[in-house]
Each structure stands twice: as structure tokens, then as C-alpha cells.
Write a new protein. Sequence first.
Length: 132
Amino acid sequence: SCQETVDIEAEKEAIKVVVQAQLDAALALSFEGESAVWAHTDYIERFGVQGWDSISVVYQKMFEKYSSDTMDFQGKVFTASNYDIHLNGTFASVFHDQHFEYVLKGEEYVSAIREHKYLEKIDGEWKLIATF
């Protein structure tokens, strides 16, 4: 047959790499890191805004703010685990536990939530298109 076979486990591992890379970028306040994992399209959504052009501005301002001495932000741990990944062609729905430890203005915080992300495979690479 002419149908291409897809290695589902390999696709899931590639998706996990993108999800963790996004958390690593956020932890490091890295705009370049975020830019690398998001689809640069007009239909993606994050922070209640749509399109990479708008989202990129939000990321730049947010990272600039959290990099300032007045915020005294120090990211410690930002990890994803307990994945539930559903693939449908070039789209993936990803649920995972998200654990975040950080220091803000001298106070230590721990956040543990269940996150939902949506990814699209564009030009052979998985990219984030939405987080909930």
C-alpha cells in the first residue's frame, strides 16, 4: 500500500520533547526557546491572544518583567509528567501533570496542575498551537 506508517511511540516521544522544551524556555525566561516550539501562524492561541505576532509580544514583555531585579524571580524546577497523548494525523492533544517550583521576591512557590496542550505537525516538526 502507499500509506505511510507512523511510529506512534516515536511521535509521542517527539511531542514530549517539545512540551519539556517549552517548560525549559519558560523557566529560563528564554524568548528564543519559546519561539522555537510555537507554530508561527495566525491561528495559535496563548494568554487569551491569537497569532504568533501577538503572542510573541506578550512573551517578550513578560520575560522582560520577570528578568528585572524588582521581580527577583528565580525558576527552580518546571517539569511535565504523567502524559496522556492522543494523536490524530498531524494534530495531537496532550494532557500532562505540570510541576513548577520558583522563588518570587524571596518567597518560595510550588504549583502543580494538570495542563492541556494542543500541537500540530508542521513541516515534519511538532509545534505548540494552544495551551489550556
